[in-house]
Design a protein around this ligand. Structure first.
Ligand SMILES: [Zn+2]
Length: 232
């Protein structure tokens, strides 16, 4: 009698467990389960191909340093699960020789179009600065006037340069004028980082050095991550 009762209780318990699990399973709907979507960050190495950009005091060409730093930045972001896309990953200008319009105008338009088509969460354009005299040095960050978020990101990158690389840097972030086509025309959050002056001998040497390029990329990378974490 007692054995039969125990068996009955055990069976009821099993049925209750099955109903409970079934219930949980019923409420889990794979179609509504949220999967985090990686934000797209567009990295734009300035210039390329026929457009070398500035030439440094030591003979370095801006387009090459821009690309080297951008490739390191892309790898760092991709390793963090961010969808990092490049406007160019080789030494080219972005134009179609059959299309009307000057090469440079097409090139700049295509960079803006890429950001819009990707609906990039952020666009970071990488450049090197020059000045007629050797005295200027240090990074400077410009931001697009079209979104408030661009300024926040620019401030973050500026702080990261000061904290990690250039504690003496007094350069403030600047809102881009129409002279910076990309930032003036882009509708998604965007900044342009002038990583340093290749007209300054000491800084030009540093910017050509692979380990310093990694430090610059890391400074930008850490501020992008911090920014994306804040925005989520
Ligand atoms: Zn440039």
């Amino acid at each position: 009698m007692w054995a039969t009762l125990k068996f009955a209780l055990f069976t009821i318990l099993l049925i209750l467990c099955a109903l409970l699990l079934n219930g949980i399973g019923y409420h889990f709907d794979a179609r509504t389960a949220s999967v985090p979507v990686a934000p797209t960050v567009l990295i734009d190495p300035g210039h390329g191909g026929e457009d070398g950009g500035a030439v440094g005091i030591n003979g370095c060409v801006e387009k090459n340093i821009n690309l080297e730093i951008s490739l390191i930045l892309r790898d760092l972001l991709q390793m963090s699960g961010i969808d990092a896309v490049m406007t160019r990953s080789e030494d080219i200008m972005l134009y179609d020789s059959a299309a009307p319009g000057k090469k440079k105008a097409q090139d700049l338009k295509n960079r803006v179009m890429m950001a819009e088509e990707l609906n990039a969460a952020l666009t970071v354009s990488i450049h090197m600065n020059t000045y007629p005299s050797e005295k200027c040095s240090g990074a400077q960050v410009y931001y697009s006037p079209n979104t408030e978020e661009s300024k926040t990101l620019a401030e973050g990158i500026r702080s990261s340069f000061i904290n990690n690389l250039q504690p003496q840097n007094q350069r403030q972030t600047k809102e881009a004028t129409s002279a910076i086509y990309l930032l003036h025309n882009i509708k998604t959050p965007a900044v342009l980082v002038e990583c340093g002056f290749i007209s300054n001998r000491e800084e030009a040497q540093l910017l050509c050095d692979s380990s310093y390029q990694h430090k610059v990329a890391l400074a930008i990378y850490s501020s992008i991550i911090e920014h994306l974490n804040k925005e989520v």
